[in-house]
Design a protein around this ligand. Structure first.
Ligand SMILES: *Cc1c(COP(=O)(O)O)cnc(C)c1O
Length: 409
């Protein structure tokens, strides 16, 4: 008899976004004439830049002619895009990579979920609380997370981040094999410094650990001293995989493109004592299970590195980050405690004393018609916070702030 992968049955149902949607739907039914503004949206709203659009049109035309038609591309991605990524995102930051250390993907979520294919099932996991849920659930699905207890999954070490530790996960005192770090962070919008990152790299070097570094929001960094890549830290190529995405950087959430960096120096010992390159395993994995990102998409991604593409992408990021600044300044002026939002499109707001995430979510929905995301939905340490995103329009952002101001005064 066929049996199912029962690890899936152990997944805790994440109803966060469907619960929010349900509450918003009900609210709209009760108050059809109220204009609801969403500050909860985790998707971008501004259209693709012209440079990407033109590149896609051109690529489509190439596909219409036998001479320039492209079928299956390289599983690892086209060299033109790998080259553009290295030359524009890494070399200027002092990081040199070989082309075959860059794997083009259809987005960071898939790679972040799939990377576990090349890692032992008995590896222990460390991640922050609150956290991007994919890191947890993808490990539950393959059985690596262990069993569910009232303190979470038995094979996962949770590193709480809150106002109490200034949103800096503490370096564990014990050994962890695989550590997920996401900076700039979703959901808290906070960053860690070069010194903090160096401590993590040193921990991984000392413990033979792997860091999976999710840099999906690196393009939003405004402060020059914050590292964009973990490879800016000495020794990181020996311990880290880096995930990147064009989704938030360039509005590719619907187009789908990202990349994963696996340096060839990154090796672990097999049980026979031999050194195994993760790069080689991932290459093998991709060649078997992935047939590449579409040519049209990769041409669009390449185009964001042209001078006009860079300018256009920067403009959209500035637009979102201006939203973030407006929200930070005006909410702080009202006395709210605000975290993040300076180098990331997310603001992590402390709820008023004693008010839970869901209660404050409900109050803002009912009294201001504003949708937010309850922080506790990202993990127990997110209790007492809500997440606001800067991905909406300027008009909506301004109006939402006006509603807060009129409400408070
Ligand atoms: C949005 C996001 C990604 C990117 O996902 P894609 O699959 O590239 O769209 C990755 N990591 C985090 C933490 C995110 O929030």
């Amino acid at each position: 008899m066929t049996r199912v992968n029962e690890n899936f049955l152990r997944l805790s149902n994440n109803y966060l976004f469907s619960d929010i949607a349900k509450k918003v739907r009900k609210y709209k039914e009760c108050y059809p004439d109220r204009k609801v503004i969403s500050l909860g949206i985790g998707d971008v709203t501004q259209p693709l830049c012209q440079a990407a659009i033109q590149a896609m049109h051109k690529a489509v035309d190439e596909m219409a002619v036998a001479e320039s038609f492209r079928g299956y591309g390289p599983e690892q991605g086209y060299d033109f895009l790998r080259r553009a990524i290295i030359d524009n995102d890494f070399v200027p930051r002092g990081v040199n990579l070989d082309m075959d250390e860059v794997f083009i993907s259809d987005g960071a979520k898939s790679d972040c979920g799939n990377i576990g294919d090349i890692l032992g099932l008995d590896c222990s996991i460390g991640l922050t609380d609150p956290v991007y849920p994919v890191y947890v659930d993808s490990n539950v699905m393959c059985g690596r997370a262990g069993i569910s207890t009232d303190k979470g999954w038995s094979n996962i070490t949770y590193l709480p981040v809150s106002k109490a530790n200034n949103f800096k996960p503490q370096i564990p005192s014990s050994h962890i094999d695989i550590i997920y770090l996401c900076y700039p962070n979703n959901p808290t919008g906070t960053v860690i410094t070069r010194e903090d990152m160096t401590q993590w790299v040193n921990y991984a070097l000392a413990n033979n650990s792997l860091i999976i570094f999710d840099a999906a929001y690196e393009a939003f960094i405004q402060h020059d001293e914050i590292p964009h890549s973990i490879y800016e830290i000495e020794g990181a190529k020996k311990v880290a995989i880096e995930l990147r995405s064009f989704s938030k950087t360039a509005g590719f959430t619907g187009v789908r493109c990202g990349c994963t960096i696996i340096p060839k120096e990154l090796t672990f010992k097999a049980s026979d004592g031999s050194d195994v390159q993760l790069n080689a395993l991932w290459n093998r994995r991709q060649c078997t299970k992935f047939n590449g990102t579409s040519y049209i998409t990769q041409r669009a991604a390449e185009a964001i590195y042209t001078p006009e593409g860079k300018r256009q992408v920067r403009e959209v990021i500035n637009y979102y980050m201006t939203n973030a600044r407006i929200m930070r300044e005006r909410l702080a002026a009202l006395g709210y405690e605000i975290f993040g939002g300076e180098d990331a499109p997310y603001i992590w707001l402390k709820t008023p004393a004693g008010v839970s995430s869901w209660d404050f979510f409900g109050t803002l929905l009912n009294e201001l018609s504003i949708v937010t995301t309850p922080g506790v939905g990202f993990g127990p340490t997110g209790e007492g916070y809500i997440r606001l995103t800067a991905f909406g329009s300027r008009e909506q952002c301004e109006e939402a702030m006006q509603r807060f101001e009129q409400w408070k005064h």
